[in-house]
Design a protein around this ligand. Structure first.
Ligand SMILES: [Ca+2]
Ligand SMILES: [Ca+2]
Length: 136
């Protein structure tokens, strides 16, 4: 629900893959886009964008909530997943802004693994977000 009282839902949007934990298997990095995402030319609120990382079996590893200061739309959040520093684990690069936050869905071991280069602060509490739904 936006501050203007408009309800919205989520659908999977852009996707990339990378071995973010260095175990030799790819993980999926999926951006969730709200149904009220908007182009640059449109006014109004949008829901937050989320970037989730999943194991191949669908297990959620962690979620990056881009917060209210990153608008949701096709022209706002592009992300790269690649082993930029050659250490065997992929990093993610994207634009963030306060109050972006990352939350973890799995064991503490996962906390030492993520190599996202965003400056968001890690938190262990689950985000208060609508449950993303898949389409197609
Ligand atoms: Ca992996
Ligand atoms: Ca790396």
């Amino acid at each position: 629900m936006t501050p203007a009282g408009e309800a919205y839902t989520y659908a999977a949007n852009d996707l990339s893959v990378g071995d973010v934990d260095g175990d030799g298997q790819y993980e999926y990095v999926v951006k969730w886009d709200p149904s009220n995402s908007k182009d640059v030319s449109q006014r109004g609120y949008t829901g937050n964008s989320y970037v989730d990382t999943y194991e191949l079996d669908g297990t959620l590893r962690w979620r990056l909530d881009l917060g209210v200061n990153i608008r949701s739309g096709a022209h706002y959040t592009q992300f790269l997943v690649y082993d930029f520093d050659g250490d065997g684990r992929s990093e993610m690069m994207l634009k963030t802004a306060p109050p972006a936050r990352r939350s973890f869905a799995t064991t503490p071991t996962a906390r030492s693994s993520p190599s996202a280069t965003s400056r968001c602060r890690a938190r262990t509490a689950a985000p208060a977000t609508p449950t993303p739904t898949t389409t197609g």
